[in-house]
Write a protein that binds this ligand. Structure first.
Ligand SMILES: NC(=O)c1ccc[n+]([C@@H]2O[C@H](COP(=O)([O-])OP(=O)(O)OC[C@H]3O[C@@H](n4cnc5c(N)ncnc54)[C@H](OP(=O)(O)O)[C@@H]3O)[C@@H](O)[C@H]2O)c1
Length: 264
């Protein structure tokens, strides 16, 4: 695979498996750690070749690539999902080398964790651009290069529908993300591409430490949810694999919360 705009970190000479023959191809933003990496692991087990996009943590990305490569062909790409042109270059490169893409997952997320009255327009723009805008950029890049049928999945969160402390901007971005999912589902259905979201509850993970009360969200979840256990990253990966086996589930938000939101 050619180096595109210096974005790739992969050294072809060390890769024993750059050829993808007849295997489905998946692109995952934020696919090199956390929930994205769990999704990548599950898809690797299910026989997907993987293109993983990350932003800053090079060592973790290389580590993820090297482990996953024991199972499947994997390439990693450094990019900011706010740069739609860069996403296009990456997807074009994957398509040229590997062929049409069966699945695109917008899992990358970031944002400013503060009470809304302490935020600025810059914070708002940044959070919305990464979490919601990234899906539009990914869709623009990937749709012309997809298999038909193909699937696009966005990772949302319960915070699109309920409030958590300091989650105002991220919650707003996830609500926007879900609206974009419904709109893309309408726009792309005729091309045989489904677009859905998965909205998990709080999952014990380093991400929650960005929120002062993040750990208490998990405790509260475990207390209230009928099965009294926490969610895992793998619960999200398993749900995603259910969704992509279907071609008539479209424009939906699949909630993964053990029934948490239904509890009075
Ligand atoms: N953890 C939870 O409790 C929870 C609950 C519900 C929903 N979610 C959602 O699940 C998804 C994954 O969450 P997580 O906890 O696994 O997240 P995480 O561990 O913080 O990982 C985020 C990933 O996104 C990448 N990323 C961030 N900003 C980016 C940008 N501008 N461009 C490209 N990549 C970028 C990061 O790259 P680097 O590794 O290079 O930094 C990383 O790979 C998110 O959409 C999140 O909102 C999480």
């Amino acid at each position: 695979m050619e180096d595109i705009l210096g974005l790739r970190t992969h050294d072809k000479s060390t890769d024993p498996a750059t050829k993808v023959q007849g295997t489905p191809i998946a692109v995952i933003t934020g696919g090199t750690r956390g929930i994205g990496l769990s999704i990548a692991r599950k898809l690797a087990q299910d026989g997907y070749a993987l293109a993983l996009i990350y932003q800053r943590h090079h060592d973790l990305a290389r580590q993820a690539r090297d482990i996953l490569r024991r199972t499947t062909p994997v390439e990693i790409f450094q990019a900011d999902v706010r740069k739609w042109d860069t996403l296009k270059d990456i997807i074009t490169s994957i398509h040229e080398e590997w062929g049409p893409i069966a699945l695109a997952v917008h899992n990358a997320a970031s944002g400013v964790a503060r009470p809304l009255l302490d935020t600025t327009l810059r914070h708002f723009d940044f959070t919305l651009e990464v979490n919601a805008g990234g899906l539009i950029g990914l869709a623009q890049a990937v749709v012309p290069k997809m298999t038909k049928p193909g699937h696009i999945i966005a990772i949302s969160s319960l915070g699109a529908r309920v409030s958590y402390p300091d989650y105002g901007l991220v919650g707003a971005s996830k609500a926007a993300l879900e609206a974009i999912v419904r709109q893309l589902a309408r726009e792309l259905g005729a091309q045989g591409i489904t677009v859905n979201a998965i909205a998990p509850g709080p999952i014990p993970s380093p991400t929650l430490s960005h929120f002062d009360q993040g750990q208490s969200w998990v405790q509260d979840f475990v207390e209230k949810v009928p099965m009294h256990q926490s969610l895992s990253e793998n619960d999200v990966a398993e749900a995603l694999c259910c969704l992509i086996r279907q071609n008539m589930i479209n424009g939906q938000v699949m909630t993964i919360d053990g029934g948490f939101l239904t509890m009075a």
